[in-house]
Design a protein around this ligand. Structure first.
Ligand SMILES: O=P(O)(O)OC[C@H]1O[C@H](O[C@H]2O[C@H](CO)[C@@H](O)[C@H](O)[C@H]2O)[C@H](O)[C@@H](O)[C@@H]1O
Ligand code: UDP
Length: 461
């Protein structure tokens, strides 16, 4: 197999602890297998951009990182990526900000990425660009003579055409995607939405095999849902650290049933709606008060962006209000923790929870849903409550699927989950486990890179 050059905004080499995003975890696993190199932003700020590359190798993963200057971080990461594209692609046009400075910074940083990474790319490498931060990177690489096979994978949802058209530069942004040889999406739903846009806005032809032709250039389109390293996660759920965490959780639960949520503190994760659904459940089922509690782990994320500061304040106040309303001296209904935990500890907590609430309003995939399933005890598994609007819902159809906007549905789902007989819990868990065992992170990576490798080079523009 050809060497992989993976490019993504953030490079987060594996480490012992701390919170890592799902993308980081998935790519580390993929890189180890392919002996590739991972290029991106270090997450560090520098006074003036130099293009100097810092090479490192951590636990079998080779990384090459650059620092960005303050204006780049403001306009590209906090700006166009997280104030414009993220809300828009998660259907929140009310939160999307359209500033020319953001768009300019986004183009500039994509050009800087291209300029810096081009010398690292060897003739037969497969180049794999990841996520919404780097949509125009393929075009920038081509402009610098890169004739390798280049693929792009979008980790977040592709929005419906009507929403995307609210972005002033939508045509230019999408046209830059035509520089790639393969474009991957998490779900059939996103792939459909992209096809709709390409046909209606560019008159692109798309055949039954998923090959899109526009202006004499062909691009292969694929829905390729990302998975987790299921075997590894399952093993980590019975590691010493996880077992210790499991026991401590059970002890601190003091005979009460624990439910869990684990999400970056992001408005797309539907935390506010989840708390309201849980509040509804407590009001509708007073006999459950004092018998259950929700552990919500929510490490702060993208704190420079105002909408993230606002959701944090909203959740502080909502969790406080619900706890104030229902708590007594011995019981608090929500344990709300603004801190990240290492994976093995999370695995122990997932296993200790009878129910997981994974209720994003929109999510590209949601790896937490898959991790929760992988961590369960097969003889006594917990129940997954999953939003219909998470990418994972296309695969995990045996979860209790809910509309996260409806407090009644969330409340009913909690009641159903808590009352579910063991036999049904096992049957649902088995079906979900079969899926995540089959469609794991290696399956995801192979499908993408096999397609990229099989795409004839002549197809490149
Ligand atoms: O790097 P950050 O700004 O701190 O954000 C963390 C990551 O969040 C997003 O994750 C997405 O990718 C996951 C894996 O495919 C998927 O399960 C999830 O639904 C997506 O939201 C983001 O897309 C990543 O680039 C960030 O690194
Ligand atoms: O305290 C935490 C919270 C989350 N995560 C990990 O962060 C990832 C979140 O990925 P997901 O796809 O659910 O959402 P994203 O944050 O990428 O949007 C999962 O692998 C979690 O195990 C973690 O390691 N520690």
């Amino acid at each position: 197999m050809s060497r992989l050059v993976i490019i993504s905004n953030r490079v987060s080499a594996p480490s012992g602890g701390g919170a890592q995003g799902g993308l980081a975890i998935a790519l580390s696993a993929a890189l180890r297998e392919s002996n590739g190199i991972w290029f991106g932003w270090s997450g560090e700020e520098i006074e003036t951009f130099t293009g100097n590359i810092n090479f490192q190798r951590n636990q079998g993963v080779a990384t090459a990182t650059i620092d960005l200057e303050a204006q780049d971080i403001d306009e590209y990461y906090n700006g166009f990526a997280n104030r414009t594209l993220w809300p828009l692609f998660h259907y929140r046009i009310d939160l999307a900000e359209y500033e020319r400075g953001f768009a300019g910074g986004y183009e500039r940083v994509n050009a800087r990425f291209a300029e810096t990474v081009v010398p690292l790319i060897e003739e037969d490498d497969l180049v794999w660009v990841n996520d919404y931060h780097l949509i125009p990177l393929g075009r920038e690489l081509r402009a610098r003579g890169c004739e390798n096979r280049i693929g792009f994978f979008l980790h977040i949802p592709w929005p419906p055409t009507r929403l995307l058209m609210s972005l002033p530069s939508h045509r230019e942004l999408v046209e830059s995607l035509f520089a790639y040889d393969v474009i991957g999406f998490q779900t059939e739903d996103s792939l459909d939405a992209f096809r709709g846009y390409a046909r209606s806005q560019f008159d692109a032809e798309i055949d039954d095999a998923g090959v899109m032709t526009y202006d004499g250039h062909s691009v292969r389109l694929i829905a390729d849902p990302i998975g987790i390293d299921t075997a590894d996660f399952r093993a980590s759920a019975t590691s010493e650290t996880a077992r210790e965490r499991f026991s401590r959780m059970r002890e601190s639960a003091d005979g009460r049933t624990m439910m869990i949520g684990v999400d970056r503190l992001d408005y797309s994760k539907g935390l506010q709606e989840r708390f309201l659904g849980y509040e509804r459940f407590l009001s509708a089922n007073p006999e459950q008060q004092g018998k259950v509690f929700l552990l919500q782990i929510a490490p702060p994320s993208r704190g420079e962006v105002q909408s993230y500061q606002e959701i944090r304040a909203t959740l502080d106040s909502l969790s406080g209000r619900i706890n104030g309303e229902f708590s007594n001296v011995e019981w608090v209904p929500i344990r709300y923790v603004n801190k990240g935990y290492p994976r093995e500890q999370l695995a122990g907590m997932y296993r200790a929870a009878r129910v997981a609430l994974v209720t994003p309003l929109r999510d590209g995939m949601n790896l937490v849903a898959k991790e929760y399933v992988a961590a369960q005890d097969e003889a006594d598994p917990g129940v997954l409550i999953l939003s219909r609007f998470a990418g994972a819902a296309e695969q995990l159809t045996d979860a209790i699927l809910v509309n996260p906007h409806s407090p009644e549905e969330v409340s009913d789902a909690i009641a159903t989950a808590l009352a579910m007989p063991l036999e049904e819990r096992i049957a649902r868990w088995r079906a979900m486990m079969d899926n995540i065992e089959q469609e794991d992170v290696f399956w995801w990576r192979r499908r993408f890179t096999d397609m990229l490798e099989a795409t004839p080079h002549e197809m490149t523009a």
